[in-house]
Design a protein around this ligand. Structure first.
Ligand SMILES: [Fe+2]
Ligand SMILES: [Fe+2]
Length: 207
């Protein structure tokens, strides 16, 4: 039976498993796992190549979801704008490098010293970027944004990022949410941004 829209809305906004900060942090922890291998000079070359490929793929998905579900609405909010603009520039730089390196790594069986160096530098940039989000942005979001909106944002992130059963090995407790997003229709960008805009316009301290 199709779910009623306002019922579905409540199932999202009242479910703290959808909290976008926790979902982004979960993604970050996987990226950091890859970064640690990429930065390790003694790591086995074959393992490094495998991690390099999964790191590029994971960042690509994370970036797509983060830009649409998080940066797009916060960019419009005075209290977040300057931070978000800096992060967007960092993403633009990393996204283009990810694209180039993804095609370079697609057809090789072992990494040259140059490629290894490129991956190490990229990993260090992403590590710094993730650290800033966790130290600067997330605490401010927890303080300034109510859970109901953080949950709606997380739902949108999960849908765009296409969370699947594969991701559950890192977070088995999200089983119900993963099946929920599969049965849900995505919120269009325009509708999503108008909802977030309505919320932020009502928050005097953030305008
Ligand atoms: Fe980011
Ligand atoms: Fe991030």
């Amino acid at each position: 039976m199709p779910r009623n829209i306002s019922q579905e809305q409540d199932q999202i906004s009242l479910n703290n498993h959808f909290n976008i900060i926790d979902l982004l942090t979960l993604d970050h922890s996987y990226l950091v796992e890859c970064i640690n291998v990429l930065k390790n000079k003694n790591a086995d070359k074959k393992i490094k190549l495998k991690y390099a490929k999964t790191f590029l793929d994971a960042f690509k998905k994370h970036s797509a979801g983060e830009k649409k579900a998080l940066y797009a609405p916060l960019e419009e909010v005075t209290a977040f704008r300057s931070t978000i603009l800096e992060y967007e520039i960092e993403h633009a730089i990393v996204d283009s490098k990810v694209k180039i390196l993804t095609s370079k790594l697609a057809s090789i069986r072992s990494m040259s010293e140059e490629l290894e160096a490129e991956m190490t530098v990229l990993a260090a940039i992403v590590e710094h970027h993730i650290g800033e989000e966790e130290k600067v942005l997330f605490p401010k979001m927890r303080q300034d944004i109510e859970n109901k909106l953080l949950n709606e944002m997380g739902f949108q992130f999960m849908v765009i990022r296409q969370f699947s059963e594969k991701d559950l090995q890192h977070k088995p407790e999200l089983k119900e949410e993963v099946s929920f997003i599969k049965n849900s229709s995505p919120i269009s960008s325009a509708k999503y941004l108008s909802r977030t805009h309505k919320y932020f316009s009502s928050q005097q301290s953030l305008r």
